[in-house]
Ligand binder design. Structure first.
Ligand SMILES: C[S@@+](CC[C@H](N)C(=O)[O-])C[C@H]1O[C@@H](n2cnc3c(N)ncnc32)[C@H](O)[C@@H]1O
Length: 222
């Protein structure tokens, strides 16, 4: 199935949303009204026609190019995207509804708050592609990939599950490896381009167009 993206006018999407939206819920004294809601349980029938929970997670799915292509290429999977930019989520949701894609869902959510709505050992694949680098030291706490998220990935990934990582920022790659090493429960392996047959992401297309090299890695449970 080929999605006709031209049917869906793109809203103006800023690169970053309000800085407060990257802050973890527990770090607020007063939660701003414009913060993405926390979720404990999700009724998966609202997202997936087979009423099953997701077995694939796309964390920081951005404008959803990868999520949507993955869903159409792998109709037997349920892919769920998490994204903190509300306009991106609404746009993706319009496409999911408009095209009748019944195995993809997307949630306005800050992934720094964990994955309580994802069941233990239920994920076959988790994707964490081209995270915002937050280069400045004082902004590092806005990186969603921290020990809490890695603990959550460990809990939610099946024993044969794979976490796929991509970044075009070598420092982000080192940082992520450091967090994984601190956790200690994962194997990390760089991946060559021909070992990886997944749809391209929006950011990956951008990097390819600009000739920016990027790093791919696969992470499995020990
Ligand atoms: C550079 S984009 C990459 C998007 C997509 N993965 C791709 O490869 O094209 C990073 C995305 O992660 C989202 N993001 C950053 N921090 C997040 C968080 N804590 N929770 C959910 N999404 C987040 C950003 O809003 C942005 O859309």
């Amino acid at each position: 199935m080929k999605i006709d993206y031209k049917k869906y006018p793109t809203p103006r999407m800023r690169h970053h949303t309000a800085p407060n939206l990257y802050v973890r819920y527990e770090d607020f004294k007063v939660l701003p009204r414009y913060y993405p809601p926390l979720q404990q349980n999700i009724d998966w029938a609202l997202y997936f026609s087979n009423n099953q929970p997701p077995n694939v997670l796309d964390i920081g799915c951005g404008r959803g190019g990868f999520l949507l292509e993955f869903a159409t290429q792998f109709p037997e999977t349920n892919i769920f995207g998490l994204e903190v930019r509300k306009q991106a989520v609404e746009w993706i949701d319009d496409i999911i509804t408009g095209e009748g894609i019944d195995n993809a869902g997307v949630l306005w959510y800050n992934s720094s708050n964990g994955l309580p709505f994802i069941q233990n050992e239920s994920l076959e694949s988790a994707f964490y592609f081209f995270p915002d680098p937050w280069h400045k030291k004082k902004h590092r706490k806005r990186r969603a990939f921290n020990i809490d998220l890695v603990n959550e990935l460990y809990r939610t990934m099946s024993s044969t599950g794979t976490l796929f990582l991509m970044t075009d920022v070598p420092e982000v790659d080192s940082y992520q490896q450091e967090v994984l090493n601190v956790h200690g429960g994962f194997n990390f392996k760089y991946s060559l381009v021909d070992e990886w047959s997944l749809p391209l992401t929006d950011h990956e297309n951008f990097s390819l167009k600009k000739g920016i090299p990027y790093i791919r890695a696969v992470v499995t449970k020990r």
